[in-house]
Design a protein around this ligand. Structure first.
Ligand SMILES: [Zn+2]
Length: 201
């Protein structure tokens, strides 16, 4: 799939299949939006992106341009090519789910990245339970020296993007995170989930 643009409305997700050696960007259209990115091997859906193996091989909490993103079988899935955002990104948090919103005082029907992952990938006739762990693009949850996370508002501006190259045939799922409620008095995405875009060269 080349020269393709996929628009992702706020509070929703989209999945696409990409062949090896594709270059794609995940664009924060309006700014201040978290993009959960899930990566699944197209040939074997049990092979998925592994944050722990990626931390171990890169020897850092979060990949940077030039780093490889590894699968749970220690095979490169993506190369992180470019980043026009100020960062940071997060590779520690699970996708938000109904329980996450119940803890924040909402009800279980609140939109969430877990259900948006299921819905998006089901359009490709795939079901993966539980969802793989994501790379949370633009998510500003940097740990302090004592290990506690500090939640900050997302710093990306309109049009900021991160760019990757596929190192195998993959399915990419991007969800526009729905975390529109305050956490410790901070609104991570400014109180409203806004659109993202996947652009494939
Ligand atoms: Zn989310």
């Amino acid at each position: 799939m080349t020269n393709t643009t996929i628009d992702i409305p706020g509070y929703q997700g989209r999945a696409t299949r990409l062949e090896q050696a594709c270059i794609f960007r995940v664009i924060d259209v309006e700014g201040c939006q978290i993009a959960d990115m899930f990566v699944v091997s197209a040939d074997d859906n049990s092979e998925v992106f592994s944050p722990p193996l990626t931390r171990q091989t890169g020897f850092r909490l979060t990949p940077r341009p030039g780093d490889l993103l590894y699968s749970n079988r220690r095979r490169p899935m993506l190369t992180f090519l470019d980043d026009t955002s100020p960062g940071p990104h997060d590779m520690a948090f699970a996708p938000c789910d109904p329980g996450f919103y119940i803890d924040l005082g909402a009800d279980s029907s609140h939109p969430n990245c877990r259900d948006n992952f299921y819905q998006a990938i089901s359009k490709l006739d795939i079901h993966i339970e539980p969802p793989p762990d994501p790379f949370n693009l633009f998510q500003n949850t940097v740990p302090k020296a004592d290990g506690d996370f500090v939640v900050g508002q997302t710093l990306s501006k309109a049009g900021d993007y991160v760019e990757f190259r596929t190192e195998m045939d993959v399915i990419i799922v991007i969800t526009a995170c729905s975390v529109d409620l305050p956490i410790d008095g901070i609104e991570p995405i400014g109180g409203l989930s806004t659109p993202l875009r996947i652009q494939v060269d």
